[in-house]
Design a protein around this ligand. Structure first.
Ligand code: ITT
Length: 197
């Protein structure tokens, strides 16, 4: 099994969650900065998968080590899927939730459905692939909770926002948790295949 992976990200919240999920499985995740790479490629893809691959490739080319990159975002039904792949650029951190709430004033409960989506790209010397995960919920009417990052205070799953959940609770139901579960299954298959060669 791969025991050390570089994560191509500048987002501390993502890095923390990926570490929490993969380290109990025996995979050490180091940040691109810890790997000595400082890069922020232009995320000009039209899909989460394209952008995840752009980020993973840039760091793989710089390090030659196994790399993962996460491209994720919030898709709101009422907004025709926005902010989607533009979630990071929608507003500065600290203003994302308030801007979204202001776009959703007076929108009734039944029209507030939304999904968090996450695609993770993986690259090493002999393969590259993407895996995805989704978390379905809806947008609340106010910010609630102190945990998590990004849009967590306005995204309701069940009867709580993701920011009201512990890290462990969020990771069990989140888009990122689902994508990482699929990644782990793929890596296990790859190891078994290599062992059969
Ligand atoms: P990197 O590209 O460096 O990884 P980024 O923040 O720019 O970091 P993205 O381009 O993938 O990442 O943008 C995704 C945005 O969607 C992110 O900045 C958050 O605002 C939001 N987001 C993604 N996952 C989230 C989560 O689990 N909870 C809350 N917001 C999330």
């Amino acid at each position: 099994m791969i025991d050390k992976i570089v994560m191509a990200t500048n987002n501390a919240g993502k890095l923390r969650e990926v570490r929490e999920i993969l380290s109990p499985l025996g995979i050490e995740v180091i940040s691109q900065r810890e790997a000595g790479v400082n890069c922020n490629p232009d995320e000009n893809g039209e899909t989460f998968a394209e952008n995840a691959m752009i980020k993973a490739k840039a760091v793989y080319e710089a390090t030659g080590l196994p790399v993962i990159a996460d491209d994720s975002g919030l898709c709101v039904d009422f907004l025709g899927g926005r902010p989607g792949v533009h979630s990071a650029r929608y507003a500065p951190d600290g203003e994302k939730c308030s801007k979204l709430l202001s776009e959703m004033t007076d929108v009734p409960q039944e029209k507030r459905r939304a999904s968090f989506n996450c695609t993770i790209a993986y690259i090493d010397d002999d393969c590259s692939f993407t895996v995805s995960g989704e978390c379905l919920g809806y947008i609340g009417y106010e910010e609630r909770g102190e945990n998590g990052f990004g849009y967590d205070p306005v995204f309701i799953y069940g009867d709580r926002t993701l920011a009201e959940m512990t890290a462990e609770e969020k990771n069990k139901i989140s888009h990122r948790g689902a994508a990482l579960k699929a990644l782990y299954a793929q890596l296990k298959r790859k190891v078994n295949k290599d062992a059969d060669k």
